[in-house]
Design a protein around this ligand. Structure first.
Ligand SMILES: C[S@@+](CC[C@H](N)C(=O)[O-])C[C@H]1O[C@@H](n2cnc3c(N)ncnc32)[C@H](O)[C@@H]1O
Length: 240
């Protein structure tokens, strides 16, 4: 694994114990709403198989499972698998699903070399994870490889906001307040400065759509949420 990836992995290992709390606290619980919006883009039928890449503590996989529970006649036939390279994050994900008896499996693996055969899943999704992967295009290609032709790839990610006035207030919060609170509450000096820095140097939603197309996705569309601080991209694997 590259040094940069190791640094990312170690950073998530250090903050895993505070990750969920800080996600909800620093986003005013909007993170739950954003994941719900992302899983609404998944079109799974009975017997479907979904992959959550960079699953962290499992909240996207859990949100998908809960949505399926309300929408399908036999949701137990839908299977969700989460994969992440950080053991500490996965440990928390496993604790949650064990406690709530949810049939979700979590595996340790690299988003750049997914441990699954070609065309295994009906859909692959990633929430707030692709930005942290050192080679985003390769990771998109990997996700496309493991989904079936016609399957959907869903990416939820932070972006710089699009509304000018909102943007000014948001950037003050994001650049100064969030790192300060994050540092105190996680007791980690770097992780919550890394978050705004990584978002501010990330793609625009239009650029990310182009990256998905370059990786081989078809029919790529995106929706901005909450003044553009988050967007959900959806693409389709060609060939059906
Ligand atoms: C910000 S967290 C997102 C977690 C979760 N998806 C969520 O919605 O909260 C990013 C996750 O990406 C994982 N990650 C980063 N690079 C990865 C890679 N190359 N392979 C697997 N996981 C990776 C980290 O370990 C971390 O758990």
């Amino acid at each position: 694994m590259k040094k940069e990836a190791e640094t990312i992995q170690q950073m998530f290992a250090r903050i895993a114990w505070r990750y969920d709390f800080l996600n909800h606290f620093l986003s005013f619980s909007f993170d739950r709403y954003w994941r719900k919006k992302a899983v609404r883009e998944v079109r799974l039928s009975e017997g479907g198989l979904a992959l959550d890449v960079c699953c962290g503590t499992g909240d996207l996989a859990i949100a998908l499972h809960k949505t399926m529970r309300t929408e399908l006649v036999s949701p137990s036939r839908v299977q969700v698998v989460g994969v992440d390279f950080c053991y500490e994050m996965l440990h928390l994900a496993r604790e949650k699903v064990t406690k709530d008896r949810l049939p979700i499996q979590f595996l340790q693996g690299d988003a750049l070399q997914l441990p699954f055969p070609d065309s295994t899943f009906d859909t692959a999704m990633v929430a707030f994870g692709i930005r942290n992967v050192v080679d985003r295009k390769t990771s998109l290609i990997e996700m496309l490889r493991v989904i079936k032709p016609g399957g959907r790839l869903i990416v939820l990610e932070f972006y710089k906001p699009s509304l000018p006035l909102f943007s000014a207030f948001y950037l003050i919060y994001f650049r100064y307040v969030l790192p300060f609170l994050g540092r105190i509450l996680s007791r980690d000096t770097r992780a919550y400065s890394y978050l705004p820095a990584s978002v501010l140097e990330f793609y625009t939603p239009e650029e990310f759509r182009n990256l998905m197309i370059q990786a081989g996705c078809q029919d790529v569309q995106f929706k901005r949420l909450t003044g553009g601080i988050v967007a959900v991209h959806v693409g389709v694997k060609p060939g059906r």
